[in-house]
Design a binder for this molecule. Sequence first.
Ligand SMILES: Cc1cc2nc3c(=O)[nH]c(=O)nc-3n(C[C@H](O)[C@H](O)[C@H](O)COP(=O)(O)OP(=O)(O)OC[C@H]3O[C@@H](n4cnc5c(N)ncnc54)[C@H](O)[C@@H]3O)c2cc1C
Ligand code: FES
Length: 251
Amino acid sequence: MAILLNSPEQVADEHFMMKIKIPGASFFPGQFINIKTSEGTDPLLRRPFSIFDAEGDTATIIIRVIGKGTELLSRMEPGEINVVGPTGNGFTMEENKNLLLAGGGVGNAPLFYLMKELKKRGNRITYIYCSRSASYLFYPEMYEKLADEFIITTDDGSAGVKGFATDVMKDKISAEGYDRVYCCGPDPMMKKTTSLTHKNSPVEVSVENYFGCGVGLCVGCTVDTVDGYKRACVDGPVFDGRKILWENMPD
Ligand SMILES: Cc1cc2nc3c(=O)[nH]c(=O)nc-3n(C[C@H](O)[C@H](O)[C@H](O)COP(=O)(O)OP(=O)(O)OC[C@H]3O[C@@H](n4cnc5c(N)ncnc54)[C@H](O)[C@@H]3O)c2cc1C
Ligand code: FES
């Protein structure tokens, strides 16, 4: 049985940090865990959350409160917690490469663990951290410390560069060829990132669409790709950005 080790700690507006010990588990960047947010039937389905960081068999996640499940999680007491996972594929690891990572909102969460593992492998990392506003930035100093180059963008200009991550990315990509680009955020951001990335560089995105069962049975998480329909919960959540038929992603 998994154990929630802390009372969820508020780390930014609407965002909370939770540390969860899953005895015997090991983690890989890009994977997620499925959490049952109530003991009863409301909400009935588990909710998926990316691994923000991991140490041994303990994962740290960041939850943004947007509905009933996340609201219940943000008030959970330390102790037993009903978790399935970690599950899902993960990002491709590189060594000694020049890489660009770009996150939007809570989509920055899986990229912290990814950056940590990529740094251990000698990669140079440019990180673009996009958020709606300064008060929504969680742990920016931790990202800045790990990255070789770190740029914040906010929609309202309250921190860093005013505008979207993709505005900054456009200039960075044309000035510097990256060996691989990684992105997690709203679909329009991942779609634009894919289209901006030089055709010789692979681009990986982690989708955060609606999940049902979370274990491959309900096809509630379908992503339309050039290779046919894929289930994000078992075939993803990390995909080659160029293989997704973005025009068919649900709003
Ligand atoms: C692989 C994966 C990883 C994720 N990682 C994280 C993470 O690290 N941190 C985090 O905070 N969230 C993450 N999410 C999103 C998170 O799972 C949802 O925010 C959560 O399930 C919402 O549950 P709820 O009961 O609070 O909201 P609900 O009551 O289910 O929904 C509240 C409102 O939010 C909308 N909504 C719900 N889920 C989504 C969604 N996936 N996309 C867009 N709108 C939605 C609903 O339409 C509704 O309007 C991830 C999702 C996936 C698929
Ligand atoms: S959520 Fe049910 S198949 Fe993916």
